[in-house]
Design a protein around this ligand. Structure first.
Ligand code: ADP
Ligand code: MG
Length: 493
């Protein structure tokens, strides 16, 4: 994985990647005002006088946003800076009524941390890699310009203006599009477990600035470009691939890579230059005189720590260690917080031991995921509840349902939302171990297939499957397969 290389005319090139991820903080109100943050509201209906930058308005920090950023920092093993400060980043743009963004340059809330990402290794053997996090700072989002609404005007929607963002800055530790993709997916999973960002990339809750440079393996870092506001994992990976190739071509043609800000055009799958890169001094940063430094007490930080849920890595090793699940099952069931929640509700409903956990995990991954896939639904919208699933698994465990019947009952549950017990009762789907009834059916089948009985007895063992199939068919799938096997063996001799 780490030996991903771009093949150039002069040999192999290594790609170096660092990501700055902007994650919208989950909070009712904005970072410095009481305006609402709900997605999809009518333009300019969630704008306070502070967000519109009316003269004389003063910002008031929203402690919930600070709490969420601290919780996020703790979740990635980061140093929490109990003294931090807000700075003004000055620039002019029509979506920024203040004329500056309140951000944190010199003293960010969260310092160094790390995220361990999982890389699909060769031959299915998984590998992990730790990506360093440089910092997380808290800042305001800008408004949104709306073009193409009118032939000669552009509009501005300030609903997003002042919404809290966490900017999560990685070290230049990634070396391939796959590593960057794995990093973003893992970061997103952590944020969603913590509940500090909904991770909804289509709605813009998470977007990345993608820094890419190339070098000959072993040489010093090259000059990087930064592609702004890339809003899907697929696009992030495409940007890296494209940008690395472009840089290799530039260098091999005798040119130099210019440090600049670029934009990605998904329709043409290319990046193009937007502007030469600003330096910090271009923004004339200075401490915001309207805000005191943030000073966090030990108790506040400990409170944040205590509020953290079990995180994906810990959960996965518990599923493997305590529940005895395979590495694969543990991985799949912890990758998304909703899946883990659903699975744990199922375990709780089943009062399960390790054997139950094992069966339940297989059932969720094969049967439930298969069904949800067909329905195009996420697990949080599953038409079958964990309690109902637990009853279904219970009916299999106690022999009431065979595997085949359970699948039939599950289909009906998905359609009707009814409890499995009721379905089994009303539709007579119980599995039978009634030996008398099964023996009678076997006798009929043997009489009707005397030739096959003779062949079987003469040594054609694989005909056994034929008799099992015929018996099950005659019993409408309701015969207990174990009993059928046993009785057939006896009858066929
Ligand atoms: P700035 O604040 O000017 O954007 P930073 O030094 O904070 O610059 O870095 C921003 C991002 O760029 C970080 O994610 C970092 O990992 C990444 N980065 C820095 N140097 C390189 C490089 N040579 N190649 C790729 N990414 C880099
Ligand atoms: Mg930057």
């Amino acid at each position: 994985m780490s030996d991903y290389r771009i093949q150039g005319a002069t040999g192999e090139w290594e790609v170096v990647i660092g990501l700055e991820v902007h994650a919208q903080v989950v909070s009712e109100a904005k970072l410095f005002s009481g305006a609402a943050t709900a997605f999809g509201a009518e333009p300019n209906t969630q704008v306070s006088l502070v967000d519109a930058a009316m003269p004389g308005m003063l910002p008031t920090p929203n402690v919930e946003c600070i709490r969420q950023a601290v919780r996020t920092g703790l979740a990635i093993d980061a140093k929490i800076n109990q003294w931090s400060r807000f700075d003004r980043k000055n620039y002019f743009y029509a979506d920024l009524p203040q004329g500056y963004q309140i951000s944190q340059l010199y003293h960010p809330l969260v310092g160094e941390g790390q995220i361990t990402v999982d890389l699909p290794g060769e031959n299915g053997a998984g590998a992990t890699k730790t990506i360093g996090i440089e910092r997380i700072h808290v800042e305001q989002d800008a408004g949104k310009l709306m073009h193409d609404q009118h032939p000669s005007f552009s509009y501005v929607d300030l609903n997003r203006s002042g919404v809290a963002l966490m900017e999560i800055v990685s070290r230049p530790d990634m070396r391939s599009p796959e590593e960057a993709g794995a990093y973003v997916r893992k970061l997103r999973a952590i944020l969603r477990y913590v509940g500090s960002c909904d991770g909804n990339m289509e709605q813009g809750s998470m977007r990345a600035d993608v820094n890419v440079s190339v070098r000959k393996p072993g040489e010093a870092f090259g000059t990087r470009t930064e592609t702004k506001n890339v809003n899907s994992v697929r696009f992030i990976m495409a940007v890296i691939e494209h940008e690395a190739r472009r840089q290799v071509e530039v260098i091999e043609d005798g040119g130099v890579v210019v440090q600049e800000t670029r934009l990605y055009d998904p329709d043409r799958n290319e990046t193009r230059s937007l502007r030469s890169k600003e330096d910090a001094h271009d923004y004339r940063y200075f401490p915001d005189p309207d805000l005191l430094p943030l000073e966090l007490s030990d108790a506040f930080v400990e409170d944040c720590r205590a509020s953290l849920p079990e995180l994906p890595d810990a959960k996965r090793s518990r599923y493997e260690g305590e529940l005895g699940l395979s590495a694969y099952n543990a991985d799949v069931l912890t990758a998304e917080v909703e899946t883990a929640r659903w699975f744990e509700a199922l375990l709780a409903a089943g009062k399960g031991d390790a054997a139950f956990a094992q069966r339940a995990s297989n059932w969720v991954i094969s049967d439930l995921f298969g069904a949800l896939n067909k329905l195009g639904k996420g697990i949080e919208d599953s038409p079958v509840t964990p309690a109902q699933a637990s009853s279904l698994l219970g009916l299999v465990a106690d022999g009431t349902l065979s595997g085949t019947l359970a699948k039939q009952v599950f289909e009906i549950m998905l359609e009707t939302g009814e409890d499995p017990d009721k379905i089994v009762e009303e539709r007579g789907l119980k599995q039978t171990s009634d030996t008398g009834a099964i023996e009678a059916v076997i006798a009929e089948i043997m009489a009707a297939n005397a030739d096959k009985v003779a062949e079987y007895r003469a040594g054609k063992d694989k005909l056994f499957g034929f008799f099992v199939g015929q018996t099950m068919k005659a019993m409408a799938g309701k015969a207990n397969p174990g009993v059928v096997n046993e009785l057939l063996k006896k009858a066929l001799g």
